[in-house]
Design a protein around this ligand. Structure first.
Ligand SMILES: [Zn+2]
Length: 329
């Protein structure tokens, strides 16, 4: 893994860590929280390499020592990264981190460090620890031994058990200013003119904005909005439209795109045009706003949110989407 420094918008939290290490008041259990796409994992990698490094500076890991070499080769013996497991046969990723995984981690943390420095364990994301897994982590969070860092990442800190939260020091990684986000994003975009739009659509989360430029759900927004108009105006059948879109786009991409279009249409109905995120689609959103009432938009938006929850829980998406398009009509 490459050693990199933290992003400019993460400097404040970074300085807190540097100071507490200098004063030897470093916590041993951390929660790094923040909106998806704000760069939590990037920050965690920089902190992990710096903790493990044998000659750390206030700027981060040295990049030269034995520990840093092992880090770059992704074979550091004193580092563990815990995430949901993917079944090799089905390719499906579990929705939980299970107790066996945590037990293995605890036994790693109970051994002494092979390089005589820190041992670092990262759990990503910590809000999918199931209850047994979370409970088996508690004792280690309480008495982790010297030179140990357990880092929990989450978009939703309140979804962690209070007993976990109370044993960790919480660092919230905030969003960059629009200027910081743009400065970072612009040189990396294929179409720099999309920077503002991408940041609007992702609430200014730069890594999410960067990923969005290639997302199928981003590229088909106009077409999707046109389909919505055609269905509302009864120019096409709801069922055919549902089937066509299910062929073109995964429900995980389709539902958030629909949800955002409905939210934008509602904003227009309410006269809040300046808050609309799909700011390049105003004319077509206006057509939808003339056809759908605020009440219906709120219902349909609720359907979308609920459907995403069900799809995440492995409920079949086809029926949910069929019914969505029918209700839209
Ligand atoms: Zn080093």
């Amino acid at each position: 893994m490459k050693i990199s420094s933290v992003f400019p918008w993460q400097q404040a939290v970074w300085q807190l860590l540097v100071q507490s290490r200098a004063r030897q008041t470093m916590p041993h259990a951390f929660i790094f929280s923040g909106l998806s796409g704000v760069g939590k994992l990037h920050f965690t990698h920089a902190v992990s390499a710096w903790l493990l490094c044998q000659q750390p500076t206030a700027l981060g890991a040295c990049g030269q020592c034995k520990s840093c070499q092992l880090w770059q080769a992704e074979s550091h013996p004193d580092y563990r990264f815990l995430q949901a497991m993917t079944d090799e046969k089905t390719g499906k990723t579990s929705r939980m981190i299970k107790v066996d995984q945590v037990r293995e981690l605890v036994s790693f943390l109970n051994k002494s460090a092979q390089l005589n420095g820190y041992r670092v364990a990262v759990i990503q994301p910590a809000d999918i620890l199931n209850i047994n897994a979370a409970n088996s982590l508690l004792k280690t969070l309480e008495e982790p031994g010297a030179n140990t860092a357990i880092i929990l990442l989450t978009d939703q800190p309140l979804a962690l058990l209070p007993t976990i939260r109370s044993r960790c020091q919480h660092f919230s990684l905030s969003l960059p200013s629009t200027q910081q986000a743009k400065d970072w994003l612009l040189p990396q975009l294929k179409k720099p003119e999309q920077a503002d739009l991408l940041l609007r659509l992702t609430e200014n989360a730069p890594l999410a904005a960067l990923a969005l430029q290639d997302a199928a759900g981003f590229q088909v927004r106009a077409e999707l909005a046109q389909s919505m108009v055609a269905v509302v105006e009864r120019k096409v059948s709801a069922l055919q439209t549902a089937q066509q879109w299910q062929k073109n786009l995964k429900p995980e991409e389709l539902l958030p795109a629909l949800q955002l279009l409905l939210a934008d249409t509602l904003l227009m109905v309410l006269g809040q045009d300046s808050a609309i995120k799909n700011s390049d689609l105003l004319p077509i959103i206006r057509v939808l706003a003339n056809r759908l009432s605020a009440t219906r938009l709120i219902e349909l938006h609720g359907d979308c949110v609920e459907s995403q929850r069900l799809v995440a829980a492995n409920i079949q998406a086809n029926l949910l989407l069929d019914s969505f398009w029918q209700r839209l009509q």
